[in-house]
Design a binder for this molecule. Sequence first.
Ligand SMILES: [Cu+2]
Length: 167
Amino acid sequence: MTFLTKTRIACAASALALFTAQAALADATVAVSLWDKGPDSLMMDDAHMMKMGKMDSADMSTGTMGISVDQASIAAGKVTFNVTNDSKDIIHEMLVAPVSAGQVELPYDPTKNRVDEEGAKYLGEVSELDPGQTGSLTVDLTPGTYVLFCNIPGHFIDGMWTLITVN
Ligand SMILES: [Cu+2]
């Protein structure tokens, strides 16, 4: 076997390995959109402030900002979140934290008006994306429920969170 042939075989093998790795990754990719309804979207009124860390689905459906995913149910293992800030005006971010069965509230820091990240045992984040910017995060997820949320002050209580299920 010539050196050149050996090199070609090695290249083909590594190309195949790369292809396999990408195919495996593609199975667990979630497209995440961070959105809002314009520069005046933030609603820091008393009714919202009172809710603190409560995961009230009414806020999620009526909020002026939110998080949308292309699939809310995914297979356990390595999961890559490809996050786009679709806002034209506001910085957003995305954190991932586990939610236990029956849990309807995240620990909240009212002085900072945001979720207590350490208390929520967050697993990772794509922090502070400018409008139009993208970022990605890969985490190893075991079966269960997880919350994706934005922790820019006031955004969580304005409905900027969503739940996903890992099977
Ligand atoms: Cu936000």
